[in-house]
Design a protein around this ligand. Structure first.
Ligand SMILES: [Zn+2]
Ligand SMILES: [Zn+2]
Length: 182
């Protein structure tokens, strides 16, 4: 595998968070507009640490989401600038930690730091691995023409095309209709 398990988990969380925007979400609406929706995303990914559960936190995480989505469009050198900026802004201090059922992995902020800051720093630390492995091409956009979804291509031969099976199935059905002339 090209990345370690904790990097894969971080990148997968970031992609899921990034895909809560209306143009990428399954519902077609912003799936990160209430504290309940934010909690649902965090719970789905076993996200630990401080949670305020208020509207201010939702707004901060939504802003972080926009910043993370933008990373997908950057080339490697521009991504370095943004990753370094995120780490510097948060005064990130990498350390190895072990908590809950998780083996040694890196945290670069305190578990008591604001959620949006922790999300940004965790994403930046995962991007450090992506950049060092020269694998920015693994951060891909969905090829479905009506979807702005992003994903991390972890397939062996870098061949994944869609953000979800929903998009894959929809595009397959459309190609089939085109073939049979419906
Ligand atoms: Zn942790
Ligand atoms: Zn998609």
């Amino acid at each position: 595998m090209i990345f370690t398990d904790d990097t894969i988990a971080s990148l997968s969380f970031v992609a899921a968070l990034a895909d809560t925007v209306p143009e990428a979400s399954e519902s077609g609406v912003d799936e990160l507009s209430t504290p309940q929706q934010l909690a649902a995303v965090l719970d789905a990914w076993w996200y630990t640490g401080r949670r305020d559960g208020d509207a201010a936190e939702v707004a901060e995480v939504a802003a972080a989401r926009d910043r993370l989505r933008a990373l997908w469009r950057l080339d490697r050198d521009d991504a370095v600038v943004e990753v370094n900026a995120i780490l510097a802004e948060a005064h990130a201090t990498p350390r190895l930690v072990r908590h809950d059922d998780l083996d040694w992995h890196v945290h670069a902020t305190s578990q008591e730091a604001p959620l949006a800051e922790r999300i940004l720093v965790e994403a930046a630390m995962a991007l450090v691995d992506v950049i060092r492995a020269d694998s920015m091409d693994r951060l891909r956009g969905c090829e479905a023409d009506d979807c702005a979804g992003v994903f991390v291509d972890l397939s062996k031969n870098a061949s994944r095309r869609f953000c979800s099976t929903r998009c894959g199935n929809r595009m397959a059905a459309r190609a089939h209709r085109a073939r049979v002339g419906e």
